[in-house]
Design a protein around this ligand. Structure first.
Ligand SMILES: [Mg+2]
Length: 395
């Protein structure tokens, strides 16, 4: 590694959160050396019952005063192993957040944008693109926001898809099967799936044949119902079939679905580490893996996953990011560094002031995010946004 030898010594840790909509609170932390260098990570835990901040505080405490030279020092110094992290998503979230914050600081110390730091770290030739293509996940905008109640009707889905297309996105994603949760009372296509299919058809109607609609199923189905649903999704012109069941915990069923399905099968948003994602591809479980920077090990691990898998299976990695602007920024650096073939996820329209949360503002236009010029992540959570819309604390 040509850029080894620099270090960062954390001494201070503080947390902040910003309420984006009634059901979404973005949670972040800053790790500082007390000397002007600060790294940040996002630890938003919408799908968990447990707060991640105390785990971050416990792990970070052991880094205090140490010369940190690599983001993976958080694992070695805390005597963690990959199996432990893979099987504990709260721990994976804390580790991923700390690895993000450390990579952010080390890139700053080396005076490199994170995207260039990632490539120099692993001798990746050439220069990365500064613009990253995004796809619009419209799902959260269809739930209650501070601007209004949810509209889960087919027309509501169509309107939101229209808004995304008018903003320049060429791909939208939705999760339309609210009424479904296996096991189901009958075999074949569950009756509860009909309204979800109506939402899909309405959205696809405005998206049109030349642009793409992806469908996420949030593990609401089982083997039988997923096999019955696949031809329906295909007939509706859907671009991929995401997580009818959980590919990490129900691997055998997922592999059977993928084996029979003609559609592209995507998933594994809760996975940690390049080893797990590689195995899912080698075992023919998935066509597209979806590492999430908040769970997968942070931007360095996300880069490694993208580089390793894209070299072996082109078009197999699309980062999962239904999160806040800090995670999207970290994901965009990783995605740009490995040279993505599929767009990166962006949860659109959760809050119309979202861009102001970052300093400098998050820059998304015509379906592309532009990376800022600064070192490290190049953007940080603006304390003014925290003062206006959230809170700050220490553990
Ligand atoms: Mg998903």
């Amino acid at each position: 590694m040509p850029i080894a030898g620099e270090w960062f010594t954390p001494t201070e840790l503080s947390f902040n959160s910003i309420k984006a909509r009634p059901e979404t609170t973005w949670v972040h932390f800053s790790l500082s050396d007390g000397n002007g260098t600060t790294g940040q990570g996002e630890i938003t835990d919408t799908q968990l019952d447990q707060s991640i901040a105390p785990i971050v505080a416990r792990l970070a405490n052991n880094l205090r005063g140490q010369k940190i030279t690599s983001d993976s020092d958080v694992i070695t110094i805390n005597n963690l192993n990959v199996e432990q992290i893979e099987t504990d998503i709260a721990l994976a979230t804390a580790v991923s957040g700390l690895r993000c914050a450390i990579a952010d600081t080390l890139a700053q110390v080396l005076q490199l944008p994170l995207v260039d730091y990632l490539r120099e770290l692993y001798d990746h030739d050439g220069k990365a693109d500064r613009k990253v293509q995004l796809y619009s996940n419209i799902n959260r905008a269809l739930k209650p926001t501070f601007d209004g109640p949810s509209d889960r009707s087919p027309d509501g889905f169509a309107e939101m898809a229209q808004r995304a297309m008018e903003a320049g996105f060429t791909t939208a994603k939705c999760a339309p099967f609210d009424e479904c949760q296996g096991p189901f009372s009958s075999t074949g296509l569950p009756r509860e799936a009909e309204i979800g299919l109506d939402r899909i058809r309405a959205a696809k109607e405005v998206i049109g044949p030349d642009r793409t609609l992806l469908v996420d199923c949030h593990s609401r189905f089982d083997l039988d119902s997923a096999l019955a649903l696949e031809p329906e999704l295909r007939a509706a012109g859907v671009g991929w079939f995401e997580e009818p069941v959980d590919p990490i915990n129900d691997t055998a069923d997922f592999r059977l679905i993928r084996d029979k399905a003609e559609m592209t099968m995507a998933g594994a948003e809760k996975g940690y580490g390049v080893g797990l994602f590689t195995k899912l591809m080698e075992d023919d479980v998935l066509d597209v893996v979806m590492p999430d920077v908040k769970f997968c090990g942070g931007p360095v691990e996300a880069y490694l996953i993208g580089r390793e898998l894209e070299a072996r299976w082109e078009g197999s990695v699309s980062m999962h990011c239904p999160s806040g602007p800090l995670s999207l920024l970290a994901s965009a650096h990783a995605t740009a560094a490995f040279g993505n073939k599929i767009p990166l996820e962006h949860a659109v329209y959760e809050a119309d002031w979202r861009q102001e949360v970052l300093e400098p503002f998050e820059e998304i236009k015509d379906g592309y995010q532009t990376l800022p010029d600064g070192y490290g992540l190049g953007g940080r959570i603006d304390p003014v946004a925290v003062a206006m819309r959230g809170k700050q604390w220490t553990e």
